[in-house]
Write a protein that binds this ligand. Structure first.
Ligand code: SF4
Length: 226
């Protein structure tokens, strides 16, 4: 399988923020979000070929029982189920970071960390925007993920108007626990992060959703592999 990078860091977002974790970033994502901070992982060939056993060995070499599978978009990788079968077990806690556009059943996954993409993610180039709008949101897949996995929902907020779209998304879903909904500031740099965090915090106070930091921006200014 093509692995973009494997590195050891802190979980930067959501309910497990701050937990030392090993990250396996799989290559490939069909979306082209405007503010994506891992554009280097978009291509399905952007990485190094690993056997599943080599990935497992590398994961075991780090001093943590928290594994985060990220991307790109890991749920569109056909080798993901086999990889998880090989790697899971013992006391390993597995989080999958996904944008929620594809449901895959029966994955060995302890936390499905879903970040549905709002309209603020649409690319500015018209050709990319057209394709992006077709696939960035898939309500049936999102519902199945929520129904079949322990989940959290993380929305990237670019401005106060995004709340309307977030509430509309939640209204179209069944059985969402609002305690598992996080808002996080859209930020590619530390300056942007600091500028948008207070706005996001105010929105959390108004709506009751939880604020999620983005430690990868706050601590390392979004440098890759951190
Ligand atoms: S879904 Fe995630 S990895 Fe894919 S383009 Fe959007 S932000 Fe980047």
């Amino acid at each position: 399988m093509t692995v973009n990078e494997i590195f050891y860091s802190l979980q930067g977002e959501g309910s497990l923020v701050g937990v030392p974790s090993v990250f396996v970033r799989l290559a490939g994502c069909p979306l082209r979000c405007r503010w994506c901070d891992t554009k280097y992982a978009w291509s399905a060939s952007a990485g190094t070929e690993y056997t599943i056993e080599e990935v497992a060995e590398k994961v075991e070499s780090y001093r943590t029982n928290h594994l985060i599978i990220t991307g790109g978009e890991p749920m569109t990788n056909p080798e993901l189920p086999d990889m998880l079968k090989t790697i899971s077990g013992g006391n390993l806690h597995i989080t999958i970071e996904t944008c929620g556009i594809k449901f895959v059943p029966d994955l060995s996954c302890d936390l499905m960390s879903i970040s549905p993409k709002l309209a603020n993610s649409t690319p500015t180039e018209s050709e990319l925007a057209l394709e992006h709008e077709k696939i960035r949101f898939d309500l049936p897949s999102l519902q199945q993920l929520i129904d079949n996995y322990r989940y959290q929902l993380k929305f990237v907020v670019d401005g106060p108007d995004d709340i309307e779209e977030i509430e509309m998304t939640l209204a179209n879903l069944k059985n969402v626990n609002r305690d598992r909904v996080f808002l996080m500031p859209q930020a590619g740099t530390l300056d942007e992060y600091l500028a948008k965090s207070k706005m996001t915090a105010e929105l959390c106070k108004q709506t009751g959703f939880r604020f999620s930091p983005r430690l990868q921006v706050f601590l390392w200014n979004n440098a890759g592999g951190r």
